[in-house]
Design a protein around this ligand. Structure first.
Ligand code: S3P
Length: 427
């Protein structure tokens, strides 16, 4: 796809529902008794994978893509039935890891598989703690990768010191903990997104967080809830950055989730000198939301490291774009997790930004970007990674010449209407 040029971006946009919260709504709704109604559900391919996996385990789920409303007719904590087929997670790491936590406790064996990217992603990080709890895993191709079989078992509560700050690992263990014979706790090296913990609270589950340790007490029964999914800050991030780096622009992104475990990009924008304001801040749906307004800004480089990294991990590709347009040097450290996302996001950003003329260097745990020079067009290989495609869609609009994105349609994973929403803001 050849990216359209723009001189200016102006207007309001509502981004689709949060991907993390949408996945969790399907899983907890399936385990609750009664009908859970989800509004603002993300119709991205990843969340549809979660729906189809739980349908394969006998849960009746009605998705209305016109209204983004999903009705999940949950059968209770022990209501899943053995799938007659492979559970196909597509491209979705969240489906793979969180669902595995649930499968670990089921009285049946299941097989999980996904696309070429999923088959390369590390699953040892969930296999280790879930095996300690009593499940067993068999990798069917590559060790500690998908495809794998899970033999569910009677689980014991554990205390797990996670080597990575990963909400997927934490959530897999906490979901398994719902079925264990005692409390289960997870300590992380830094706090990762806490949507599982917040949704556990709304479903009446006893969950406590002290510092970076979350502890769950096994649940007796979950009761169906109403869930309103806020806009995804990770999707809003493309318009936040686009509005800041495009001349004469002002964009308001409505109803965005600003959970403090996800809002690292807002801090980085402010540190780089961005004109960014929040309005209509509300906290009545279990997750805080706000409208975010950005205006063209003169940005400068900064260092991004330490505990903020998990709060902006998915935004690093688009933050690297912002750094390329900022004056001075931006250093990103402690972000080695980027290598095991949908693509190796350090390599892919370095290769693609270099080809547009940016002075960028990859490091073991991040990248160094010396920004402020004009960018020229190039052919961008998205590696079928949605966050790479969207990052370069906004960059291509500003570069000198025609930028082509290979695999541009992969935005469908998390933001099916991305290109038309970008078009709508283009003046
Ligand atoms: C997610 C957690 C993060 C994030 C992913 C969604 C989640 O992954 O990158 O897009 O919904 O829990 P890790 O937990 O592996 O860091």
């Amino acid at each position: 796809m050849i990216m359209k040029h723009f001189d200016r971006l102006q207007g309001e946009v509502t981004v689709p529902g949060d991907k993390s919260i949408s996945h969790r709504s399907i899983m907890l709704g399936s385990l609750a008794k009664g009908t859970t109604e989800v509004t603002g559900f993300l119709q991205g391919a990843d969340c549809l994978s979660s729906i189809s996996c739980f349908q394969k385990m006998g849960i009746d789920i009605n998705n209305n893509p016109e209204t983004n409303t999903v009705l999940i007719h949950g059968k209770g904590l022990h209501g899943l039935s053995a799938p007659s087929d492979i559970l196909d997670v597509g491209n979705s790491g969240t489906t793979t890891r969180l669902m595995s936590g649930i499968l670990a406790a089921q009285p049946f064996t299941s097989t999980v598989d996904g696309d070429a990217s999923i088959r390369k992603r590390p699953m040892g990080r969930i296999m280790t703690p879930l095996s300690m709890m009593g499940a067993s895993f068999e990798s069917l191709a590559t060790d500690k990768c998908a495809p794998f079989k899970i033999h569910g078992g009677n689980l014991q509560g554990i205390h797990y010191e996670s080597p990575v700050a990963s909400a997927q690992v934490k959530s897999a263990i906490l979901l398994a903990g719902l079925y264990a014979d005692g409390q289960t706790s997870v300590t992380e090296p830094a706090l990762s997104r806490n949507h599982t913990e917040l949704m556990f609270e709304s479903f009446g589950i006893d969950i406590k967080t002290i510092g970076t340790t979350a502890t769950v007490t096994p649940a007796k029964e979950l009761i169906a809830q109403k869930i309103e999914v806020p806009g995804d800050i990770s999707s809003a991030a493309y318009f936040i950055v686009a509005g800041l780096i495009t001349p004469n622009s002002e964009i308001t992104i409505k109803n965005v989730g600003i959970n403090p475990t996800r809002d690292g990009i807002l801090t980085v924008c402010k540190n780089m000198g961005a004109d960014i304001t929040l309005s209509n801040v509300k906290d009545d749906i279990g997750e805080p939301v706000a409208d975010i307004t950005v205006r063209t800004s003169s940005l400068h480089g900064c260092t991004i490291e330490g505990d903020i990294i998990p709060k902006l991990i998915d935004e690093i590709p688009v933050i690297a774009i912002m750094a390329a347009f900022a004056n001075g040097t931006t250093i990103i450290k402690d972000a080695q997790e980027l290598k095991v996302k949908e693509s190796n996001r350090i390599d892919v950003m370095v290769n693609n930004l270099s080809s547009m003329g940016v002075d960028i260097e990859g490091t073991e745990d991040g990248m160094i970007i010396r920004g402020g020079k004009p960018l020229h067009a190039a052919t961008i290989d998205s590696k079928l990674d949605h966050r790479i495609a969207m990052s370069f869609a906004i960059t291509g609009g500003l570069a000198d010449g025609d930028t082509e994105i290979i695999g541009a349609e992969c935005v469908n994973i998390s933001y099916p209407n991305f290109y038309s929403d970008l078009d709508m803001l283009t003046k």
